[in-house]
Write a protein that binds this ligand. Sequence first.
Ligand SMILES: *[C@@H]1O[C@H](CO)[C@@H](O)[C@H](O)[C@H]1NC(C)=O
Ligand SMILES: *[C@@H]1O[C@H](CO)[C@@H](O)[C@H](O)[C@H]1NC(C)=O
Ligand SMILES: *[C@@H]1O[C@H](CO)[C@@H](O)[C@H](O)[C@H]1NC(C)=O
Ligand SMILES: *[C@@H]1O[C@H](CO)[C@@H](O)[C@H](O)[C@H]1NC(C)=O
Ligand SMILES: *[C@@H]1O[C@H](CO)[C@@H](O)[C@H](O)[C@H]1NC(C)=O
Ligand SMILES: *[C@@H]1O[C@H](CO)[C@@H](O)[C@H](O)[C@H]1NC(C)=O
Length: 268
Amino acid sequence: MYLKRVLVPLFCLGLEVLAPVVADQVEIREVAADKGTNVTIPCGDLQENTSNVQWVHRGNRTHHTVLMDGGLLLRQVGVEDEGLYECGVENETAYVDRVNLTVRTEPPPLVNVTVHASTILALILWNVAGDGGHPIIDFTAQYRSAAPVNNTLEPWRPISPNHISPNSRQVDVYHLEPNASYWFRVWATNALGPGPPVEVLATTLYSDQEAELYKHFLEGAESFDTRTWLAAVCVVMGTLAVLAAGTCAVLCREWRRPVLWKLSSDRD
Ligand SMILES: *[C@@H]1O[C@H](CO)[C@@H](O)[C@H](O)[C@H]1NC(C)=O
Ligand SMILES: *[C@@H]1O[C@H](CO)[C@@H](O)[C@H](O)[C@H]1NC(C)=O
Ligand SMILES: *[C@@H]1O[C@H](CO)[C@@H](O)[C@H](O)[C@H]1NC(C)=O
Ligand SMILES: *[C@@H]1O[C@H](CO)[C@@H](O)[C@H](O)[C@H]1NC(C)=O
Ligand SMILES: *[C@@H]1O[C@H](CO)[C@@H](O)[C@H](O)[C@H]1NC(C)=O
Ligand SMILES: *[C@@H]1O[C@H](CO)[C@@H](O)[C@H](O)[C@H]1NC(C)=O
């Protein structure tokens, strides 16, 4: 009698403890899908034509369509659909399948985006916080003046190169005006498209000398004259020719001297 009174509740307790343990023992499968696609998740190996398969997501039955074979159809998935999906047969405590769904997206915004501006040059730096599930193909950076003209900002200007290598974390911007404010923006792109741009405002330095120096340097590079180049080449070639002639003359003299000496010794 005593044994029965103790053992029966113990047995029932054991059953109650056992059920969640069984549920936890079903391994979680990882499933990844591209944003915007339709995804079908089968409920384990369940093959029966069951209308009593239930799918649970975040503690509630999902609003998504349960197919005739017990699979779950998610249409045009978004990041809000991410997480754990568990399926089981109605009135049975153990889950048949557990699936952790991750949704691949465009790259997230870049982090630690900073701009170091001198007078007419700027350096944009950034870090990557993730790739969204697909590798980053390239980065793109643009800039525009922060001063509105006729109450409107000018269109964004490209920064060369248009497709910055995925290994790069910086890009230079040239031809800025000194003592001027600019918006800079940069974003990453993967197979699913461009991520959101991150915008940073920066003001170039004012320095008469430095600006003039850089301007001269850049102007010199732009108005590069081929005639100057030809003249320089001519001067160099001329110098080389003179040097060669000189060397020849010396060599000839050195060669003729022993001959002369030989001739004179023959005469003796
Ligand atoms: C996804 O499902 C929707 C609605 O059923 C359909 O309109 C769309 O064409 C499907 N997309 C793909 C890629 O199959
Ligand atoms: C599940 O249990 C409820 C009541 O407990 C019952 O009405 C229903 O028919 C059961 N479903 C199945 C598939 O056994
Ligand atoms: C699902 O996968 C994501 C990303 O891999 C992970 O962070 C999360 O912890 C997983 N969730 C479960 C319940 O395993
Ligand atoms: C952002 O900068 C902080 C401080 O410099 C650094 O600790 C962190 O790792 C950076 N973030 C990334 C994703 O590199
Ligand atoms: C500003 O607008 C006026 C009239 O709308 C126009 O005449 C002028 O050229 C504009 N200025 C610039 C810099 O676009
Ligand atoms: C820099 O620009 C500001 C605002 O445009 C102006 O007030 C200031 O005089 C300028 N400084 C120099 C040194 O040109």
